[in-house]
Design a binder for this molecule. Sequence first.
Ligand code: 9WO
Length: 238
Amino acid sequence: MFESISKFGVTRRAFDNKICALYTSNPRDFTNDPYKRVDDKAFGGGPGMVMKVEPLELAIKEATSQQKTHGVVAPLRIYLSPQGKVVNQQLVNELALHDGLIFVCGRYEGVDERFIERNIDLELSIGDFVVSGGELPAMLLIDSIMRQLPGVLNDKESAVQDSFMNNLLDYPHYTLPREYNGTNVPDVLLSGNHRQIELWRLQMSLWRTYQRRPDLLQSKNMTKIESGLLKEMIEKHS
Ligand code: 9WO
């Protein structure tokens, strides 16, 4: 599964340029029974199986020593689960400052709680929904974190990233053809007036955020220009 981020796109470029490295450890390689069991029935009964402590602990120990060989003394150990703190861009930016991260990806109904208590620094969720395992949430998080590492995005890509990261939703985008099925591209985008285009894009970001994610605006200190642009849109639509 993890090859999908090491073999394509921006993340592949980062790995190829050795900006960061990705290693995987499989708990099944650390089992000591003939059936290589990583899970067992839940005490107390109920549906689903629970991942055993020991294979996970041996796997995280191997991952920790792997990081030590690269000079990472104390990697931050993250467990992905619906019970974790929901991730946002600010937390992604903070995680990108760590020398090394270990992502523990559960399966089945979850992992033995004693493993989490003994080995996990941070339990994280990517949203209030359940998927089949922690791998896809981990890859999503790794992608978002890697985009914050110096040298991963080129100037154009990071400009887009920065504009989106000012706690506003993105503005609408258009490309050829100019006219499609009777619908046109907004005139301002064809004007060549870069200042007007910049203001229009900011106003669209503010208006979209106001309409779709007013919660984001709560935590944003708007400038006089931003407040004026939003006020103009609210009055226009009221
Ligand atoms: C499976 C299951 C089966 C029967 C009854 C209850 C059950 N709960 C689960 C379950 O929550 N499985 C999780 C699968 C256990 C931890 C790893 N898995 C997971 C992680 N699903 N969704 C996530 C996840 C991680 C981060 N952000 C959002 C979701």
